[in-house]
Design a protein around this ligand. Structure first.
Ligand SMILES: [Zn+2]
Length: 357
């Protein structure tokens, strides 16, 4: 195994240690009770469609307890609601929400950087218009399936400017609200602006959306006082994570996370592997550290068959991804470490399947 020359800890050990810390945080009494309290105050179910870019973390940019926003990731934030697994997942999510008397608020997101085009979306060749139009296409499909009047499911188009993590909310018609311009707006005025953006939105959903916007304001204020270093804003991804259950892997610019939704899973793996190979060749990531391919299968019920099924999923994804990389990006193969495991969604703990190479 290649050892990290800087601190003597291998990439695999770093990842497992990070997961351990994140899991302990997630399970702490404070975090557990905060989630319950938040859920009681803000019942709307939130799904967050986004790019595989590891910077886009809904919980962080809205200062919301981890576990409230459910992420759905794919390369470039491109999704086809017709993909059988994705369609089923979204339909089950909506059913889960309505049977508990909750509304659904899917965020359909795209991202860009205001300071440097090349800090934008690599999966869209840094073309923000293309990213936005792609996201709009998904939003329209959600409206087509779940209702254009938004009685229960109200999808919203949201841009994320990643230098400051500012949300740009696209409202009815051409109305927009860029949170970066609202840092000094009084609470009641900001609330009115959200009502104005989405005049037909249910009052409880507005309140729950407003809580996310207020969180974004707090997060941006924090970032203005504690700006990120140049190092933190560069693309230096060295981890490809495939599967679900990676919301503990909040590692700025280090990980590309691919959900298992598309018919053509090989393509996003190929693109991600190409990005990481570029990073190695350009010296953004030391070749001595190498790259890491991770896979994950999730389970909610630790008893019975679910953990074993999750294990088989993780192993199957690993075999598939390794073959894709071998065939399509062979130059990355010699630098690759592999880590497959399962995630218990109750604890976020990642259990390695002991196949570290
Ligand atoms: Zn992207």
């Amino acid at each position: 195994m290649i050892i990290n020359s800087q601190n003597g800890t291998s990439l695999v050990q770093q990842v497992l240690q990070r997961n351990q810390e994140q899991s302990e945080l997630f399970c702490s009494p404070d975090a557990h009770l905060s989630r319950l309290l938040y859920r009681a105050k803000h019942p709307t179910e939130i799904l967050w469609f986004k790019c595989m870019d590891g910077r886009l973390n809904g919980a962080v940019i809205t200062q919301t307890p981890v576990g409230i926003i459910q992420p759905v990731r794919n390369i470039a934030g491109s999704f086809d609601l017709g993909w059988p697994y994705l369609g089923e997942l979204v339909a089950q999510w909506v059913e889960y929400a309505v049977t508990r008397g909750r509304h659904c608020l899917p965020f359909v997101t795209y991202h860009w950087s205001k300071s440097d085009t090349h800090k934008g979306c690599r999966g869209h060749n840094y073309d923000v218009k293309a990213a936005q139009s792609d996201a709009k296409g998904l939003l329209e499909r959600i409206e087509y399936v779940f209702g254009a009047e938004h009685s229960v499911v109200y999808p919203i188009l949201v841009g994320i400017e990643t230098d400051e993590d500012a949300m740009l909310l696209h409202g009815t018609g051409d109305k927009q609200l860029y949170v970066a311009n609202e840092l000094d707006t009084k609470t009641e005025d900001l609330r009115k602006k959200i009502y104005d953006l989405y005049p037909s939105m249910d009052a409880q959903v507005i309140e729950d959306l407003f809580a996310l916007v207020e969180g974004n304001v707090r997060h941006m204020r924090y970032l203005r006082e504690h700006p990120r270093t140049e190092e933190q804003t560069k693309h230096c991804e060295q981890i490809i994570a495939i599967g679900r259950g990676f919301d503990w892997l909040h590692w700025l610019n280090r990980a590309l996370i691919i959900g298992p939704y598309s018919y053509d899973l090989a393509k996003p793996i190929e693109i991600a592997a190409g990005i990481i190979l570029d990073n190695l060749n350009q010296g953004m990531v030391p070749k001595s550290e190498g790259a890491l391919l991770m896979t994950s299968g999730i389970y909610r019920e630790p008893r019975g068959p679910q953990p074993r099924l999750a294990e088989l999923k993780a192993r199957s994804l690993e075999a598939f991804a390794l073959q894709v990389i071998k065939d399509r990006v062979p130059a990355l193969y010699p630098y690759l470490h592999v880590l497959s495991g399962t995630v218990d969604t109750n604890t976020r703990l990642y259990t390695s399947l002991n196949n570290v190479k």
